[in-house]
Ligand binder design. Sequence first.
Ligand code: IMP
Ligand code: MG
Length: 185
Amino acid sequence: MLDYQEFLKEILIDEQTLQERISQLGTQISSDYSQKSLHLVCILRGGVLFLTDLMRQISIPHTIDFMAISSYGAGSRQSSGQVRLTMDLKDDIGGRDVLLVEDIVDSGHTLSSVLELLTLRKPASLKVCSLLDKFERREVDVPIDYCGFQIPDAFVFGFGLDLDEYYRDLPFIGIVNTERFQPPE
Ligand code: IMP
Ligand code: MG
């Protein structure tokens, strides 16, 4: 596999800016959930770096769990509005204060389906924390209670987000050079 620099057009959000914002989000969440029992639910795989940094900035006791989903029409960025659960949560969320931790909200279809699914399990509360919000591409209205950054309509990678499964480890968010990598449609 080639070095990431081959595919990088420019850095959109550098490491320090990411970490400062994650720290602010952690402080806000700690305060908002101080009287609650916070349960973070991370959507694999993209949300995993965000989760691990965010939880270290949360100063109140909390628990975590993971779920994985895939959009119908795999390989496609254009989700149909339906998602398939490929790995379910380990624990029941009934009666718990759930905060979903996502990497990015694009069309909103994925998040909308996940919210629908989790609502059926009757959590005490269900909110959303997304690192990135590509708001210009929204097709369904979804609430984002905690948002890291609103970003322009460009395909991004790094910090959990992949290019064909690679480069999730990068500590920054980069914009892809579309002359070198064609994002899925
Ligand atoms: P949505 O259902 O259109 O909101 O799609 C959200 C999912 O598409 C995210 O969880 C990502 O997996 C993927 N996605 C959307 N935009 C990007 C991007 O710019 N880079 C990497 N993955 C993305
Ligand atoms: Mg994702």
